[in-house]
Design a protein. Sequence first.
Length: 441
Amino acid sequence: MSIIKLLTKKFERTIFTTPSHNQKPIFSKEYNGLYKHDFSEIEGFDNLSNPVNSILMAQGKASDILKTKQTFFVTQGSTTAILAAMKTLINPIDKVLVARNCHKSVYNGLILTAGMVDWFMPEKDEKWGIYTTIDPKKLESTLELNQYKVFIMTSPTYEGINSNIAEISNVCKKHDVYLIVDEAHGALYNFSEKLPKTAIEQGADVSVNSLHKTAGALNQTAVLNISANIKNFSSTSFQNSLNLFQTSSPSYPLLANIEACFNYLTSKEAKKEIDGLIDEIEKMKSELKRFGVEFYDEENHDPTKILLRKNGISGFDLSDTLFSEFNIEDELNNQNSCLYLTGIGTTKQKLEKLKNALKKIQTNPSFEFENIDFQPYPIVKLQPVNAYNRDFIYVNKNDSLLKISNKMILPYPPGIGLLYPGEAIQKWHLNYLNNDVEIIA
Ligand SMILES: Cc1ncc(COP(=O)(O)O)c(C=O)c1O
């Protein structure tokens, strides 16, 4: 029986199990819906840590859809999927190459696995102030220098920029390196020809998708995908790693929501919705270009991520004005640009509202954009595992240069580290630090 049916069938049973709430809100009646289907693994229900029944079937269906060897449902976000992927593939002191624009969960994974990191700098676009692709040639030169076990990268980026995973995967295979692609923002890629191919289809060994980001599912829903071509690792080893990090009381409503999400994504209705959304965004773009709005529009770009700037106004001011005057909140902004995230559930009316507001925004003709500078190549003095939980002291910012930071500088979103514990403080970082700086003693 499907997870959804299990949850929605009529219950005659008297259940003395967790959760104690008896499927009714006692103290937060506003959230009635949350309680109604909130069961644990009672008799007849399946177990996420060792599925044999409904969850196994639903995962199998998702795996067929995504053309994977195994797709695992995750109720704690791509964060947990990334940790489990890393814990499976990385043993202590294995060398790991990580693209610097990876989400902080990858840094956390380095602490938990005791992998030894080298950072790889992605290409960047100074005009927009964003990291772009991984250059396969530069990657190849780096892989020739060291025997890495794993390369971890993000594609699409937060702003929707896709790397050529097919080429990157060939390079990794040639050098016997496992490829993990954080595809948290690419959950819709399997479901429209107007979007790039999935990382798994292009040869990644492992990928993760956050279904809550763009696929219309509830917060925390995600999947971990294992390629049919992965060498030397069984699905069981990934299940074991997931079991290290996942709660022993996973939310059944979230599991049912993941199942329902795939049911929807494979429907004609969803394809129509995604393709229709992309068409609407294209129309909006061509109309707004006449109003001084410029869009990031490279061929490797995911059109559902609307990255724009408007002549005569900084990204920060544009973001503030849209928020204060039009009640419109963006996903992310920088000095030059703003990012609007769309996906399943983004209505035409919502896009209209953004479009009309962008037309009306007042600008200053003398304002000029400046290129954005990027963090320097990190100087790793202590590996993440060795920098974790250390004694620290405070020094004045003026005396902190080249000392080892005990703190992260991590603007969120996007959750990409500008400085991590264990790294030397460079001149570039000083602008981001308070007067008293924590350094490792
Ligand atoms: C690129 C990237 N990877 C992973 C994550 C973590 O995803 P989740 O929130 O599903 O744990 C995020 C969240 O912002 C992200 O942007």
